[in-house]
Design a protein around this ligand. Sequence first.
Ligand code: HGY
Ligand code: MN
Ligand code: MN
Ligand code: MN
Length: 424
Amino acid sequence: STMTNRVPPTLPAAVDESRQWARLMGMAMLGEIPGDGVDRAALTLLDRQARRLLIEWATEAGLTVSVDEMNNLFLRHEGLEPGAAPVLTGSHMDSQPNGGRFDGIWGVVAALEAVQAIRDAGLTTRRPIEVVAWTNEEGGRFAPGCMGSMAWSGHSASTTWDGVADLHGTTFRAALEEQMAAEADLPRRPLGPVGAARPSAYIEAHIEQGPLLEADMLDIGVVTGIQGSRWFVVDVAGRSDHAGTAPVSLRQDAVQEMVRIVNALNTLTHDPADVLRFTVGRVEVHPNTSNSVADRVRFTIDLRHPDADILREKGDAIAGTVQAALRHCTATVTERFTAMPTAFQELVPDAVEAAAEALGLRSLRMASGAFHDAQFLVPVCPSGMIFVPSRGGISHHPSEYTSPEQLAAGTRVLAATVWDLANR
Ligand code: HGY
Ligand code: MN
Ligand code: MN
Ligand code: MN
């Protein structure tokens, strides 16, 4: 069905640009850091405060709240057929430690805004609509990312990460239990797409986090797929020594060894076309003092590529490359996260494109360089994403910015798409 004449005339105006912007600025105060940034890690007090704020807005708007054992948060709008499979829409509320005001949280606020606009416009939907905030998408405090959507979709057992600890030694399981206890007043729901909770479709609104839409003066990204990501942790073990007395030729210096390993990995992953992305983003050194030789180094590897075979080939070669680079230390390589490249089936991207067209917006079909929870919804139901431009293509940084108008345009496309999908 084409959307051209299917956007209810009262819907676009019911999307309240200033209400949405005010809510985003309110959320940005929870974990505010200099430069308009946000540091709001998953399963922290700040995360709980943000969730309470969202729940307040949602219950005022007449939605019902529930939470599952992975702390995924759901806000439900009833349809005319309560037993019908719901349309699911949302994103994540946690941020990078040096994050911005829009990554993740806009998709959740926009989903609530879209449902409120449908209600404010006096429209009904055949299907229920559920807004979701997925637990720990960023994986900043507890690796990997997308824990909530991976456990919910059955991609990994929810107990897989119990022992994963943050920099202070708090385990994921302990932090999850603390959050669940603090939210004991919220109704529970089973984990996963079970029974009436199995969605008919999933749509996630998100900032592009790249330069393409802005460069071509476009309003909307119709996301067709997401490239693959693999995360590894490398632990190098050597021996600590006195920086002044130990002869260099006898040292088992874990930092020097890391340098050799990273140089070898740079050769392995060198790509003149700059499509393969290799990042070492975190380095932890022990004892981390200027006048002692390091006996331990832990560093992370983030590898990305849109082609499954290349991602498999290069990712599988990392462990051997690390071992071959060693001179004086030992090292172990652990894979922490595997999200293979995904392509969305046509249903949702087509609906998004039709909605953008019906609203007179300029759109572009494009793949996502960032991973998203939508990646793990693909095996469960027809899925898709809507992008809005990022100023300068910047994200995972305090200067991340999208204007109120650009966000409202994205939310209008989201509202029109959700309304369309909820009436099919
Ligand atoms: O890392 C990512 O791609 C996502 O933005 N967390
Ligand atoms: Mn995100
Ligand atoms: Mn992110
Ligand atoms: Mn995401």
